[in-house]
Write a protein that binds this ligand. Structure first.
Ligand code: PEP
Ligand code: MG
Length: 591
């Protein structure tokens, strides 16, 4: 479901302290309540709301205070340095004409002062940019900078990194880049509410990995909320409440305690084996983003790591990590997992995984462009370094290596060539490595699923990446909330591709797992069991619940359910049938 647009009645009627409920996409479970922290690093997003006649003076007072604070900010920035460059800005903070215009427009429009000031700022910038004098044209940048500084003060906006936040807040943002979330500490980030993003966007994945309740795809929440507003994030239902009244606050406190109680019950089961009632032992594994998560993975009862997204090592601005740095990271994960299986995926940059300082080509269509294995094969030195580090780390545990976004055998030929050369090099240099490391393929492109019989001859295992497989099968950008309603994991087209992949893997005798978000969706567990999946890998937080479902059902009944589902005509029809089954057979809603 989509959240309201900025100009929707919910948002335009909103004034400070009025309660407002917004619906978005439930991206990470849990319930959080706290003060809003606006994290709007890329562009200022200015709210617009009506004010009463009696508020004009107060709004004008806010503007004067913002001018003063902005001037103090600039003075402290230039303290002890030559401040000539900032003189124009300082003049603007004292400009009587600007003050008069703001006061007049406040009275005329009866809108909040940030919005009023932005109108004036836009008009003046437009005039400056068209000025005949080059000197004046060049002042546009100073002007915009000073204007942003004033807006920043008005919106209590500070330039910080998320890792600098040292008081508990609910993060309100447009979207988060992978680099924003480094060092995200859930002691301080209580919840996340974002304009953009779907369930499988990287913001969602990272929120789940950090166990932070999150609602995404809210369209315009970052423009509707003020810094310091009280916010409830209900990640279970995909709802955000701004400035709750007492009754709502109390209702959510009760829900939160209930949720925490259930969480404790589930965690009690986490160390039991993932065995169906008729004795099939499954492997329930964890997806991780950074090496230090490996320690916590066991605490959630994971049998191994099914996906280590290695691109998060590549996040330092401006350069790729060296072989030694990678070796340290991979070795530490393998050592921490004490002999349990660890599947590390080679670099998957591009698409929605944009890293600061690493400039991939500006593709018109990045999700269909130069990403993942395509990038690595075009920059073989990057893949070569990573494979050297991986193979050298292999002596520390049960490593498996897998390649993302494989679409056909030509890519496998190129990879084989590089692996062969790297092994020869390592032998020559006397670096020990295990020669029996399994090499697997991610099935996340429709062509790979359809030709999985051919690919199975060339791989030691498959891992189905449903986040991409669904987006490419249904032509739905996984991060775009406007088309999120089309993102249907139970679409017959998706289920048939998953079935084909599993059947072909089994026919060839290679293991097949899933590491896309569908593997951690409790509604899908029985269906995937019935389709014959061997291992499930997900954000650690989801493991106890999936284990509990696996331990409650038998393979035979799961296969029977799948036999009923496969002839059905649509995603919603299938989803409804699965829900009904879960209710009838497991009384699931009471869990
Ligand atoms: C996937 O596509 O399902 C997957 C696991 O890879 P990522 O989400 O990192 O693209
Ligand atoms: Mg993928």
């Amino acid at each position: 479901m989509q959240g309201p647009r900025f100009d929707s009645p919910a948002c335009s009627r909103y004034t400070r302290a009025r309660m407002m409920e917004l619906t978005g996409i439930s991206a990470s479970p849990g319930i959080a309540r706290g003060k809003a922290f606006l994290f709007l690093e890329d562009r200022l997003s200015v709210p617009r709301y009506d004010i009463g006649a009696g508020q004009v003076d107060a709004e004008y007072g806010r503007f004067l205070a913002a001018l003063q604070a902005a001037a103090a900010e600039v003075k402290s920035l230039v303290a002890g340095q030559d401040g000539t460059l900032f003189e124009a800005q300082l003049l603007m903070f004292e400009d009587p004409e600007l003050k008069d215009r703001v006061r007049a427009l406040l009275g005329e429009t009866r809108r909040n002062v940030e919005w009023v000031f932005l109108q004036i700022l836009d008009e003046m910038s437009g005039k400056l940019a068209k000025a005949e004098s080059q000197y004046l044209r060049e002042r546009t940048v100073d002007f915009a900078d000073a204007g942003n500084r004033i807006l920043g003060q008005l919106m209590a906006r500070t330039r910080v990194r998320l890792s600098d936040i040292r008081q508990p807040v609910v993060l309100v943002t447009r979207t988060l880049m992978p680099s924003d979330t480094l060092g995200l500490d859930h002691a301080y980030i209580l919840g996340i509410a974002a304009d953009a993003g779907g369930r499988t966007s990287h913001t969602a994945i990272l929120a789940r990995a950090s166990e932070i309740p999150a609602v995404l795809g809210l369209s315009d929440i970052s423009r509707c909320v003020h810094a310091g507003d009280e916010i409830i994030v209900d990640g279970n239902r995909g709802i955000v409440i701004v400035n709750p009244d007492d009754a709502t606050r109390e209702r959510y406190e009760t829900r939160r305690s209930e949720w925490e109680r259930k969480d404790v019950v589930l965690k009690e089961q986490r160390d039991l084996p993932a065995e169906t009632t008729d004795g099939k032992l499954l492997s329930i594994e964890a997806n991780i983003e950074t090496p230090d998560e490996a320690e916590s993975v066991r605490a959630h009862g994971a049998d191994g790591i099914g996906l280590f997204r290695s691109e998060f090592l590549f996040i330092q601005p401006g350069r790729f990590p060296s072989e030694e740095e990678q070796l340290t990271a991979y070795s530490s994960v393998l050592t921490a997992m004490k002999g349990r299986s660890v599947t590390i995926r080679t670099l998957d940059l591009g698409g929605d995984k944009v890293m600061p300082g690493i400039h991939l080509a500006a593709d018109d269509n990045p999700l269909l462009g130069w990403r993942a294995i395509r990038f690595c094969l075009a920059r073989p030195e990057v893949l070569r370094t990573q494979l050297r580090a991986l193979l050298r780390a292999s002596v520390h545990g049960a490593l498996r290596i897998m390649f993302p976004l494989i679409s056909g055998t030509a890519e496998l030929d190129a990879i084989d060539e590089i692996v062969k050369e790297v092994k020869i090099e390592l032998n020559r240099e006397g670096h020990p490595f295990r020669d029996d490391v399994p090499f697997g393929i991610m099935i996340e492109v429709p062509s790979a699923a359809i030709t999985s019989d051919i690919l199975a001859e060339r791989a030691d295992f498959f891992s189905i990446g449903t986040n991409d497989l669904i987006q490419y099968t249904l032509a739905v950008d996984r991060g775009n909330e406007k088309v999120a309603y089309l993102y249907e994991p139970f679409h017959p087209g998706v289920l048939r591709l998953i079935r084909t992949t599993i059947e072909n893997a089994r026919a060839r005798g290679i293991p097949v797992g899933m590491c896309g978000e569908l593997a951690g969706d409790p509604l899908a567990t029985v269906v995937l069991l019935g389709l014959g999946l061997d291992s499930f890998s997900m954000g650690p937080i989801g493991i106890p619940l999936i284990k509990r479902i696996v331990r409650s059902v038998g393979i035979m009944e799961a296969e029977e359910l799948v036999r009923c589902l496969m002839p059905m005509r649509s995603g919603p029809e299938i989803e409804q049938a699965v829900r009904a089954w879960m209710e009838e057979r497991l009384d699931y809603s009471s869990w």
